[in-house]
Design a protein around this ligand. Structure first.
Ligand SMILES: NC(=O)C1=CN([C@@H]2O[C@H](COP(=O)(O)OP(=O)(O)OC[C@H]3O[C@@H](n4cnc5c(N)ncnc54)[C@H](OP(=O)(O)O)[C@@H]3O)[C@@H](O)[C@H]2O)[C@H](O)CC1
Ligand code: K
Length: 240
């Protein structure tokens, strides 16, 4: 299947229209579906029946990509995994992020901050994979701390511990792809709504690519210049 992409600018515009006065989705609705999609993709790639490990580290960033990660962690717990969330910079942009954290507590999912030793989870012996929900389509390089150090830690283990990137591999320029020789190479990317141009730079031998976030009607996709994705049955994801 030919890769269909939209630029970071168009992706932001698409999001704005979905949440604008005419269509009226709320951020919370879209984020729930985005997080559910990522959890479903993880389950497809790492079924518990084959992988006899259930611990998953979810690293959540300060924006909506991080919010998708918080939602994903909750669904992973419902699917039988044992997620642990590392959320180093908590957003106060809307009270909703606090509510998502409360929901994680309700599910007894640990939420670590920079004071905690999150690095001890970076071992393939115990951990199945890392969900990279640090930055999505609004990331502008160069990266600022503490995220530079966090990304370096993830890069140092990615040959042993699979990384599942949400929407955009963190640290990549959304339109151009990797900006430095040392960069995250995810073993799986879940693009939301439609792949961003950087996904054309993925090495197909190293990264499986899914699209998720099944929340638009076909004519809206066409309006933004891409063919609707043929999601099978009730699936929230499609492997490209
Ligand atoms: N329709 C959809 O597909 C949906 C997608 N969703 C997800 O939302 C993200 C986009 O979310 P957004 O909040 O716009 O942006 P990000 O999460 O990518 O990043 C913004 C935060 O990152 C900080 N930032 C940006 N650049 C840097 C940097 N170089 N160093 C450190 N920090 C950085 C930024 O901080 P500022 O201080 O610059 O404001 C923000 O805190 C999309 O990719 C999807 O994953 C939604 O769930 C809805 C539906
Ligand atoms: K990401």
């Amino acid at each position: 299947m030919a890769l269909k992409t939209v630029s970071s600018k168009l992706a932001a515009q698409l999001d704005k229209e979905l949440m604008g006065p005419e269509i009226g989705f709320t951020l919370e609705q879209l984020m729930e579906l985005a997080g559910l999609s990522v959890a479903q993709a993880v389950q497809r790639q790492f079924p518990l029946s084959i992988y006899h490990k259930n611990k998953i580290l979810v690293v959540a960033g300060p924006g909506n990509n991080g919010g998708d990660g918080l939602v994903c962690a909750r669904h992973l717990a419902l699917f039988g995994y044992r997620p642990v969330v590392f959320y180093p910079k908590r957003s106060s942009r809307t009270p909703f992020y606090g509510q998502l954290v409360n929901q994680l507590k309700f599910f007894k999912i640990p939420v670590l901050s920079t004071d905690d030793d999150w690095k001890q989870l970076l071992h393939a012996k115990d951990t199945l994979c890392v969900v990279d929900a640090i930055f999505g389509f609004s990331f502008k390089p160069p990266v600022r701390e503490p995220f530079g150090s966090i990304i370096s830690e993830l890069i140092s283990v990615q040959d042993q511990l699979p990384i599942v990137s949400v929407d955009v591999p963190t640290g990549w320029d959304v339109d151009e792809g990797p900006v430095s020789t040392e960069h995250i190479v995810p073993s799986m990317l879940v693009s939301l709504t439609v792949p961003k141009p950087c996904s054309a730079k993925l090495d197909k031998d190293k990264t499986d690519h899914f699209v998720g976030g099944r929340f638009i009607p076909p004519d809206f996709a066409v309006k933004y210049g891409f063919e609707p994705f043929p999601y099978p049955s009730t699936d929230q994801i499609l492997k490209l």
